[in-house]
Ligand binder design. Sequence first.
Ligand SMILES: [Zn+2]
Length: 234
Amino acid sequence: MLTVTPLFFSLWYLFAPVTILIDAGHGGTNYGARAVDGTWEKTLTLDWARRLEQALSAYPVRVEMVRRTDEYVSLWRRAERVRELRPACFVSLHFNASPLKNRTGVEIYFPHEELALPADARPRAGSGSDGLLVEGYLSRMRREAVSVGSRNLARRLAWRLDAAGHKVVQVAPAAFDVITTTGTRALLVEGGFIDHETEGPRVLDPAHRERLAVALARQLAILCSEPVEGQLLM
Ligand SMILES: [Zn+2]
């Protein structure tokens, strides 16, 4: 009979490659924004995600995809994938649009620590239950750690993408459900404005998406491999 010692598991967790879970934004009946030539955001995010997966294959990380086809994946299913895989980083890929059609640049969002709190993590008024209070406190600590870890990741990624020539115009906390419900370091990257008269055509060029994927892969491979508190708290 094969016996596996706790030491084996300790070494496995120490040396196993980290997992990066890539989420191609939108999909199926959820089309997202529309580009200057009529292409939907969901098509461009899937292409970008595939290129990122390919670019990450050059690094010692494990890569998983939320979707590989034009399908809608529910928020519940996305959260379930996170629980199954326990990734070091969750990265949701999107492209942007503006009603004014005058904005350009890359934007990076991370989960806002207050908005990331689930409703049931707060002590219920009048319940007087220590259990609920402690549970809420722990959950809040964990979510703060995740938010801080994600914010640091977002800032460092922004510096490095900027240095690689991809102008990052905003790094900010946000309440997007897809990143506030993961329980791990999570980012939502908007790779440019597809409805802008000059940036739109640039994003529609596959060569541009390839450059964006290569730059993102290099930085994610480094940054997501670093241990963080938020990860340990999973
Ligand atoms: Zn989107």
